[in-house]
Design a protein around this ligand. Structure first.
Ligand code: TYM
Length: 331
C-alpha cells in the first residue's frame, strides 16, 4: 500500500511497433486503475535487449512507447510513467532474484522455449533469466495487481513463487502480486494465423494491426484476415479466425457476441470484415492523433520520464534497503 492505495505495476517492451493485442490485452486497461490505485507503468527497455535491437530504433521506440501510454489515456500526473533502465534498482533486484530462482523453473518457461527457437543464434543468459527481472520489476514496488495479457501468466506465477520463497527464508519482505487478466481480450490472435497470438515481433506485417496503422492499412489487413469457408459469423472454438475478429469487434464496439451474431446473420464475411476494420480504425483514431501531438514535443516526454523515474526510484529504494538488510549486505 502507498497511503491508502493498493499498487498496480505493468510494463511493455519497446521492442517493436505496438499492436492491438498490446492495446486491448494490456494498455487500454491501465487507465482504469489511475484513480483508485497507485500506478506504475514502465517501458521495459532492459527486457528488450534479450533480443538484438538496433540502438537508434530502441531509442525511438522508448519515446514512442511512453507517448503511447499517454495517448491511450494515462495521465502523467496520475500515473508514474517511466523507463526501466532509468531506475537501476530493477537490474540490482533482478540479479538478487536470479539467486532465488531455480534453473528448473526458468527451463519450463514457454516464452523462453519459443524465443530460443526463434533466435537460435542468440540464446543468451538474459533471455533465460528474463522472468527473474520481471519478478524484480513487480516486487520492487510491493505490487498488488499486475494487468497483463494471458501470455504473461506463467511469468507472473513465477514472480509469486519467487516472492513467497524469499519471504519464507527472510520473513515478510515482498507483497505477493495478483494478475489482472481481462477475460474478453487476454489473447488477441494473429490475423494471418489465428491459432497463435498477435505478436509485435511477427515478421509478417499482415498478421498484426499496429496501434498507429493508418485507416487504409487497417482496412486492408482486416480484409485479408484468415477466416474459414463456412461463411457464418459465429463464435466457436473451431472458427478461430472469425472468433478473433468478433473479439476485436466486441472490444471496440462494446456489443456482445450474440448481438454481433445477429447483426451479421445471413451476411458474408466481406461486410463483417469491413465493419471490424471501421470499428478498429475509429477506436484508434484519437490515440493516433494524440500520439502525433505528444511525439512533437520530445522535451516534454523527457520531463515525464525524469519525473517518473525520480518517483519510482523513491519507492524502489525503500524496498531495496529492506532487501539488503534481510540478505545481510552491509549498509
Ligand atoms: P510485451 O511487451 O510482450 O506485451 C505488453 C503487454 O501486452 C500483452 N499482449 C497481449 N495481450 C493480448 N493479446 C495479445 N496478442 C498480446 N500480445 C501482448 C502482454 O501480455 C503484456 O501485458 N514480459 C512483458 C513485459 C514486462 C512486464 C513486467 C509486464 C516486463 N516486466 C512486469 C508486467 C509486469 C512483455 O514482454 O510484454
Amino acid at each position: 500500500m502507498i497511503g491508502d492505495k493498493k499498487i498496480v505495476f505493468s510494463g511493455v517492451q519497446p521492442s517493436g511497433n505496438l499492436t492491438i493485442g498490446n492495446y486491448l490485452g494490456a494498455i487500454k486497461n491501465f487507465s482504469r486503475f489511475s484513480e483508485d490505485y497507485k500506478t506504475f507503468y514502465c517501458v521495459v527497455d532492459l527486457h528488450s535487449i534479450t533480443v538484438r535491437q538496433v540502438p537508434a530504433e530502441l531509442r525511438r521506440r522508448t519515446y514512442e512507447t511512453l507517448a503511447l501510454y499517454m495517448a491511450c489515456g494515462l495521465d502523467e500526473k496520475k500515473n508514474t510513467l517511466f523507463v526501466q533502465s532509468h531506475v537501476p534498482a530493477h537490474a540490482e533486484l533482478g540479479w538478487i532474484l536470479d539467486c532465488y530462482t531455480m534453473f528448473g523453473e526458468l527451463s519450463r518457461m514457454t516464452q523462453f522455449k519459443d524465443k530460443s527457437q526463434k533466435h537460435a543464434e542468440n540464446i543468451n543468459a538474459g533471455l533465460f533469466t528474463y522472468p527473474a527481472l520481471m519478478a524484480a520489476d513487480i516486487l520492487l514496488y510491493q505490487t498488488d495487481l499486475v494487468p497483463v495479457g494471458i501470455d504473461q501468466k506463467q511469468h507472473l506465477e513465477l514472480a509469486r513463487d519467487v516472492a513467497a520463497r524469499f519471504n519464507q527464508i527472510y520473513g515478510d519482505t515482498f507483497t505477493i502480486p495478483e494478475g489482472y487478466i481481462p477475460t474478453d481480450t487476454m489473447k488477441i490472435a494473429s490475423l494471418a494465423e489465428p491459432t497463435s497470438k498477435m505478436s509485435k515481433s511477427d515478421p509478417n506485417p499482415n498478421a498484426c494491426v499496429y496501434i498507429l496503422d493508418s485507416k487504409d492499412d487497417i482496412m486492408r489487413k482486416f480484409k485479408k484476415a484468415v477466416t474459414d469457408s463456412d461463411a457464418s459469423v459465429r463464435y466457436s472454438e473451431d472458427k478461430p479466425g472469425v472468433s478473433n475478429l468478433m473479439t476485436i469487434y466486441r472490444a471496440f464496439t462494446g456489443k456482445s457476441l450474440e448481438e454481433i451474431e445477429r447483426e451479421f446473420d445471413g451476411r458474408g464475411y466481406g461486410d463483417f470484415k469491413l465493419a471490424v476494420g471501421e470499428a478498429c480504425a475509429d477506436g484508434l483514431a484519437p490515440v493516433r492523433e494524440e500520439f502525433a501531438r505528444l511525439m512533437a514535443d520530445k522535451a516534454y516526454l523527457e520531463q515525464v520520464m525524469k519525473n517518473g523515474a525520480d518517483e519510482a526510484a523513491y519507492y524502489a529504494r525503500k524496498t531495496m534497503s529492506k532487501v539488503r538488510r534481510k540478505i545481510g549486505f552491509v549498509n
